[in-house]
Design a protein around this ligand. Structure first.
Ligand code: PMP
Length: 286
């Protein structure tokens, strides 16, 4: 495997940044994860737009032009011979002597990219079974719309899920409303067939998959209510699912100890998963 590190393609096993990289010391950096499908980058434009926004929100200099970004992205996917998988991009404020305040303009941002293959069959199998989620109190800061590498609460929440035999943890705010998953956006399907997902304010990450599912739902004549829902409401929903670039649309069949529907993936989630890439942007590598 090969990774891109600050202008170089290096063996994955030797891909490293300095110990004083601000991403390492302060989580002072942002990232993106893109799905690679049949040798195409899924929703490339939306991911780069969100990356630009994350950088702007943190006043991190844009490390290179968009054309250069796309060139490196394609190169990393190609060099790793990834046909189906994930592409990871990270930009930090750079390497500087440890000091909380920003370094001067002489410090260039660090950029790394890597790509890995992920089996489509595995994803399909998982989706046929659906997954369990647990709920956990929201304990993140109030700007989780910025996709920073500061993911410790997400790490702890997902570990807690794993230890409970579940795949994801849904954060729940102090009023009992679900914000989002540790690495996914959360959705429910009401008994009248409507979809509900939380509005993309500062309290959730505006998922690219979420935006595409909203478009897709419209295409299928399914209405989407963008509003917060409580844990209680989710437990009596007809269906539930999560969305992310890595899971696409993944049915949720259990929330805490409550089985959702008949405990198998619901038809709406299955249909959205099947047709997802009709509504996505697919950019060929060559
Ligand atoms: N919320 C969080 C906290 C995430 O980490 C992710 C995945 N990056 C998502 C939502 C889903 O976003 P996307 O659909 O863009 O992958």
């Amino acid at each position: 495997r090969v990774a891109y590190v600050n202008g170089r393609y290096v063996p994955h096993s030797q891909a490293a940044v300095h110990i004083e990289d601000r991403g390492y010391q302060f989580a002072d950096g942002v990232y993106e994860v893109c799905e690679i499908l049949k040798g195409q980058i899924v929703d490339l434009t939306a991911h780069l737009d969100r990356l630009d926004r994350s950088l702007d929100e943190l006043s991190i200099r844009h490390p290179m032009t968009r054309v250069a970004f796309v060139t490196v992205m394609k190169e990393v996917v190609a060099r790793n011979r990834v046909r189906d998988g994930l592409l990871y991009i990270q930009v930090t404020r750079g390497v500087a002597r440890r000091d909380h305040v920003f370094p001067g303009p002489e410090v260039a941002p660090s950029v790394i990219m890597s790509a890995k293959s992920v089996s489509i069959e595995k994803g399909l199998k998982a989706a046929e079974k659906g997954m369990s989620v647990i709920t956990t109190p929201e304990n993140r800061w109030d700007r989780v719309d910025i996709k920073t590498v500061g993911l410790l609460p997400n790490v702890l929440a997902k570990q807690k899920a794993k230890e409970a035999g579940a795949k994801e943890a849904w954060f729940v705010d102090k009023d009992g409303y679900v914000t989002e998953g540790g690495s996914t956006n959360a959705w429910i399907v009401l008994n009248d067939g409507k979809l509900v997902t939380r509005p993309a304010d500062h309290g959730i990450l505006r998922g690219i998959t979420r935006s595409v599912v909203m478009k897709l739902a419209e295409k299928h004549g399914i209405s989407v209510e963008e509003r917060a829902f409580t844990v209680e409401e989710s437990k009596s929903a007809r269906e539930a699912f999560v969305t992310s670039a890595s899971l696409v649309v993944m049915p949720v069949v259990k929330i805490d100890d409550q089985v959702i529907g008949d405990g198998t993936p619901g038809p709406v989630a299955i249909e959205l998963r099947k047709t997802f890439h009709e509504a996505a942007e697919l950019i060929k590598l060559t």
